[in-house]
Design a protein around this ligand. Structure first.
Ligand code: IPD
Ligand code: CA
Ligand code: CA
Length: 266
């Protein structure tokens, strides 16, 4: 097995194990706290999933750097590999027993995306991609949609946790897209939204003010499924999460135009 195969196998194992915790604790009484804002939640399951994933990487890959949302990662400057982990993407959904959440694990090699794994434990859907190796859902190849017209497109987006205070709240873009597209969804898990673009269930997705762990895995899965990822300017800053546009490629410029016209630029 190549080193990439080993890393992929480890990422899949950890995503499934964390997903099993999410499945077991779903719809149970959870301890819930807030983070950056009253609407930014974290549950004991976020922490339990992160402890499982980070603990295993530390044991099995002690030289690798780790960036993990809840802060238990280890920054190792100069490390060849970096893991970028969202232990539970869709925490608000999870806290409300709304069945849409996942584990997201990306790995970079020398700063470039190498692989992505996203696991939806309730649907038992495992999305995987490796750079140059294509994208899969439960081992079946997936591809973005072929839709070419924005007015026939199904799109998704999300709203940042600072929306009660910030004027850059995505509402103007949301309104404009609502008028332009066939329909919009806001389903509360950025990583799954990206996988749905990759699988052709959504034609496009955008969001502002995400973080690297929201997109590390899903962005590679979209690209390997034949889609396009960029920031609102068409560059590669989507990896920071500041502005993220994902599409089947054909709709990308039309989506970017609407976003730029409605003040979505950072
Ligand atoms: C959030 C979800 C949500 C998106 C937020 C993210 P979290 O991640 O992906 O869909 O709209 O911007 O922060 O907090 O549930 O991991
Ligand atoms: Ca997230
Ligand atoms: Ca999270």
């Amino acid at each position: 097995m190549s080193e990439t195969d080993d890393l992929l196998a480890l990422a899949i194992r950890l995503a499934r194990e964390a997903g099993a915790i999410q499945r077991e604790r779903y719809e149970t009484d959870l301890t819930i706290a807030t983070k950056s804002a009253a609407v930014d939640l974290v549950t004991e399951v976020d922490h339990a999933c992160e402890a499982l994933v980070v603990g295993a990487i530390e044991r099995e890959r002690p030289d690798d750097a780790i960036l993990a949302e809840e802060g238990s990662g280890v920054d190792r400057p100069g490390a060849r590999h970096r893991w970028v982990i969202d232990p539970l993407d869709g925490t608000t959904n999870y806290a409300h027993a709304y069945p849409r959440f996942c584990v997201s694990i990306g790995v970079e090699r020398e700063g470039e995306p190498l692989l992505g794994v996203v696991y939806d434990p309730l649907m038992d859907e495992l999305y995987t991609a490796t750079a140059g190796g294509g994208a899969f859902c439960n081992d079946r190849p997936i591809h973005v949609s072929t839709e070419t017209a924005l007015d026939r497109a199904l799109l998704a987006t999300g709203f940042a946790y600072d929306r009660r205070k910030s004027e850059r709240d995505n509402l103007e873009s949301f309104a404009a897209m609502l008028k332009s597209a066939r329909a919009l969804r806001r389903d509360g898990s950025a990583a799954l939204d990206l996988c749905y673009v990759a699988a052709g269930r959504l034609d496009g997705y955008w969001e502002l003010k995400l973080s690297p762990w929201d997109v590390a895995a899903g962005a590679l899965i979209v690209e390997e499924a034949g889609g396009r990822m960029s920031d609102v300017h068409g560059g590669s800053d989507h990896r920071s999460g500041r502005t993220v546009v994902a599409s089947n490629g054909a709709l990308h410029e039309a989506m970017r135009r609407v976003l730029l016209d409605t003040g979505a630029a950072a």
